[in-house]
Design a protein around this ligand. Structure first.
Ligand code: GLV
Ligand code: GLV
Length: 324
């Protein structure tokens, strides 16, 4: 008998095909999110779960006596309660590598868009307000500006590579110093507070953990230059959003480009949505067809390995010891 698995969202056909070869599977195909009671009923006898954002909590795991693996279709796994998964011996996997360049492209898109005010000026043109040669259209140069990247992981590195092409001066802060990259990419390690003080663009690319929760708050925004921009492509909870809103209102920073929010979907009354100097996108860092397909396929491979007694290729580092 094939192992039983549950999939919480529609997935591309190649991923589904792979799973169908090895597993007895069911997919929640509806557009709306699966209701919690239905999910708990579906996973009661499942050995594997494939999901892009399912919260794996202590309570959830009390309903999944047979569960061996949760395969996340995302690189971030802040939705996992790692301690509980470890205790129950449930493996967790994610989808690193395949999305790095795609997220870095978006990060750069946000930098250029906010600095050159592309969405705002797009609206000018579309409502017939064409004005040439006016200083009201002026933006800020990206080339030769300093970019401070907080979090020099795989995606941070890809962003730094792009910054080289723009002749930017790249500073970075990371938990562990990346001497291997310093010469190769001409980037400079900087203490966190110095990075905030010196950068024209501060870009956050850290995973959400207890240490990075509200990493950016009132004090940190105050340290930034009033002419600087803040870009977040990581997780909304790494920023104390009330402090970001206050900083933008007071002019302690010039603008922001945001792919993520403290609460998602973002509340339509969130003041960030009505600020001209803030650019927003709905958590789409990895959202190209090619990359999302690659992520789904990788997640399917992890899932199949986890329920067929093989070692999944992308177990999250904190749970790797479970298979040793
Ligand atoms: C997206 O945010 C991801 O973690 O893959
Ligand atoms: C994510 O994959 C990172 O290491 O930045």
């Amino acid at each position: 008998m094939k192992p039983k698995v549950f999939i919480t969202n529609p997935i591309p056909s190649e991923a589904e095909e792979l799973i169908s070869r090895y597993c007895d599977y069911e997919i929640w195909e509806k557009d709306e999110e699966i209701p919690k009671e239905v999910l708990l009923q579906k996973v009661a006898d499942a050995e594997g779960l494939l999901t892009p954002k399912g919260k794996i909590t202590r309570e959830f795991l009390q309903h999944t006596p047979k569960l061996k693996i949760v395969s996340n279709i995302a690189v971030g796994y802040d939705t996992f309660d790692l301690k509980e998964m470890e205790e129950k011996g449930v493996l967790g996997t994610h989808t690193p590598f395949v999305l790095d360049d795609t997220v870095a492209d978006l990060a750069f898109g946000l930098i250029v868009s906010v600095a050159r005010r592309i969405p705002e000026l797009d609206q000018y043109v579309k409502v017939g307000k064409w004005i040439e040669n006016s200083d009201t259209l002026f933006g800020t140069d990206v080339h030769h500006a300093s970019l401070g990247i907080i979090g020099m992981g795989r995606i941070g590195e890809k962003i730094a590579r792009r910054a080289l092409g723009f002749d930017m001066n790249v500073l970075y802060y990371n938990r562990s110093r990346r001497r291997d990259l310093e010469e190769k990419l001409n980037i400079k390690y900087c203490e966190f507070t110095n990075l905030l003080k010196e950068s024209d663009f501060v870009l956050l690319m850290v995973p959400l953990t207890n240490e990075t929760y509200h990493l950016m708050g009132e004090e940190q925004f105050q340290l930034m230059k009033p002419s600087a921009y803040f870009i977040n492509c990581s997780r909304g909870e790494t920023v104390d959003e009330a402090s970001l809103i206050a900083a933008l209102r007071q002019g302690s920073i010039r603008g922001a480009g945001l792919d993520v929010f403290e609460v998602e979907p973002v509340d339509k009354n969130n003041p960030l949505l009505t600020m001209e100097n803030v650019i927003t996108v709905p958590h789409i860092g990895s959202a190209t067809k090619k990359t999302r397909h690659a992520m789904a396929l990788k997640a399917a491979e992890n899932l199949v390995a986890g329920v067929t007694g093989k070692i999944p290729p992308n177990i999250v580092p904190e749970l790797r010891h479970l298979i040793q």
